[in-house]
Design a protein around this ligand. Structure first.
Ligand code: BG6
Length: 520
């Protein structure tokens, strides 16, 4: 299939960036609870250092890691390693020493009141020594069981609403494990913090390509008029991963694909693809439209939700074990590592358009993308009598490639040169890296800076979290009542179980981009 690239000169990129006002954070102390975990080292510290490199952090900036282990100064050095390894940073990089010098550590148990008193004293000392002005950004990166307790203790020790400065709290996912627990957690957090202090993070919203869905739709005049039931035939969203559970057995056993990825990341993506244009790009306006679209989704039919679990197989050229053989996983585990869902949005824009979502671990490739198939023209002028190299008329397809090959492509039919009216599908392609150059950003940069600036546009509101849990809780409950007898039902390294193909196949479609090698 022929392709065409979009090219943008480096001068254009620079000029576009220079037109946007720089958003530098206020003086702040970022306090990371659960700082000895992977997230801090792999994502948060590299992202904060990227902000420092870009000149978006003020001089009066500090980081305090909080965890149970007594790490002392070793913590800052460990973070230096993380910044280099996961942030694409060279060892002698400009500003690195200075940045590492701003990293401190406070060892405490999350249920130890003395520990909170010590933390408070440390933060006040930072205000005096480093001019951080009483501004705090608490980041809860612990296991979810601790969230409510930490929040209550921060409140009890007067750290949620201090006299000077601004206090905000970022809460990692998973935010609850069903509707009831999400409501409880919201109630807990809301008794201590006001809603405008709370930032429920979903790192998918930090991805450039996810934010670009809104730009694509609402900054261009030509797509929105056809972005509806009159022109769209169906939509597919895939979040496939070739990795397994990466040593997170106990977490994943309780989560499963539906809770881990579909209820949050995929729903966020779906909302950007389907929401109405907001009245402005302000937090309230954007979040209101997302909630509207989630609450317009028809209750899920249990027959439209299927699950799978990987067995051993070959990923790339490596033999990998099955889910039940992973460390700290029940050998009879019924947890799903693959989920696919068919849903419909019951509103004026989307009524009757099916949406197919699938997510899974140990699939054939890592790829997240949204594919929109448009309806065929009302009359096929170039019919079957037009023979040529590709005589089939294929529908137009718009693919938004979220990762890893970030970009957007549009497939359309073109005439093959020659004396006959032969048609062939061709692709017009926009590739992020080619157009703008590649970047080592991991998505947390934007979200951390937004939180420091108090901009909640790319964070979840309590109503939104509850709306998505309301949708999936009945499925989770039904699945818990009746375990499938067929697990494991797909081989690692394939495109998932046959039930995933049947789900979309029932409507006469197939997943795009799938070379199915699934086990029957
Ligand atoms: C996390 C999930 O939220 O998202 C992981 O807990 C998953 O299981 C990850 O691997 C996927 O994120 P990304 O950015 O790698 O697509």
């Amino acid at each position: 299939m022929a392709t065409t690239e979009v090219r943008i000169s480096p001068e254009d990129v620079k000029q576009a960036a220079s037109l946007v006002k720089e958003r530098v954070s206020e003086p702040t102390v970022v306090v990371i609870f659960g700082a000895s975990g992977d997230l801090t080292k792999r994502k948060l510290l590299p992202a904060l250092f990227h902000l420092e490199q870009a000149g978006l952090l003020p001089q009066q900036f500090r980081i305090v890691g909080v965890a149970r282990r007594k790490l002392g100064n070793g913590f800052a050095e460990d973070m230096r390693q993380g910044i280099m390894e996961f942030g694409g940073v060279e060892s002698g990089a400009d500003k690195l020493d200075q940045f590492v010098g701003k990293i401190g550590y406070h060892a405490m148990n999350f249920d130890d009141n003395d520990g909170y008193a010590g933390l408070k004293a440390l933060l006040e000392q930072h205000d005096r020594d480093f001019g951080t002005g009483g501004n705090r950004l608490f980041y809860l990166a612990t296991a979810p069981d601790y969230f409510a307790d930490i929040v209550h203790r921060l409140g009890a020790h007067g750290m949620a609403k201090p006299e000077a400065g601004t206090v905000r709290v970022i809460i990692e996912k998973p935010f609850g494990h069903d509707l009831e627990s999400a409501r409880e957690l919201n109630d807990d957090v809301n008794t201590v913090f006001a809603e405008n202090q709370i930032f429920r993070i979903d790192h998918y919203l930090g991805k450039e390509t996810v934010q670009n869905v809104l730009v694509f739709r609402f900054a261009n005049g030509i797509f929105e008029p056809i972005w509806n039931r009159n022109f769209v035939d169906h939509v597919q969203i895939t979040a496939a991963e070739n990795i397994g559970i990466e040593g997170r057995g106990p977490f994943y056993e309780k989560a499963g694909a539906l809770r881990d990825v579909v209820q949050n990341h995929m729903m966020e993506l779906l909302s950007f693809v389907t929401m109405e244009p907001p009245a402005s790009f302000a937090a309230e306006a954007v979040r209101r439209e997302k909630v509207k679209v989630w609450t317009s989704i028809k209750p899920l039919n249990i027959f439209d939700c299927v699950r799978g679990q990987y067995g051993p197989g070959i990923v790339g050229d490596q033999m990998v074990r099955g889910y039940r053989e992973e460390e700290r996983v029940d050998p009879d585990s019924q947890t799903e590592t693959y989920a696919a869902v068919r849903l419909e949005i019951d509103n004026w824009r989307w009524a009757g358009v099916p949406f197919y979502l699938r997510a899974g671990k140990r699939l054939s490739a890592r790829v997240t993308e949204v594919t929109i198939q448009f309806k065929q023209p009302p009359m096929l002028l170039f019919g079957t009598h037009m023979y040529g190299p590709c005589s089939d008329i294929e529908p137009n397809i718009l693919t938004m490639r979220i990762q890893p090959d970030e970009g957007i492509s549009l497939r359309f039919g073109a005439k093959v040169p020659g004396p006959q009216m032969a048609l062939c599908p061709v692709v017009m392609n926009f590739n992020y890296a080619q157009a703008f150059g590649s970047s080592s950003a991991n998505g947390y940069e934007r979200l951390l800076l937004d939180a420091m600036l108090g901009d909640a546009t790319l964070f979840a509101h309590r109503d939104g979290v509850e709306a998505t849990w309301a949708l999936f809780t009945p499925v989770i409950e039904a699945w818990a009542k009746k375990y499938p007898q067929t697990f494991p039902n797909y081989e690692a390294g394939t495109w998932g179980p046959e039930c995933g193909n049947e789900l979309i196949g029932r409507d006469g479609y197939a997943w795009y981009g799938v070379q199915s090698t699934a086990k029957q």
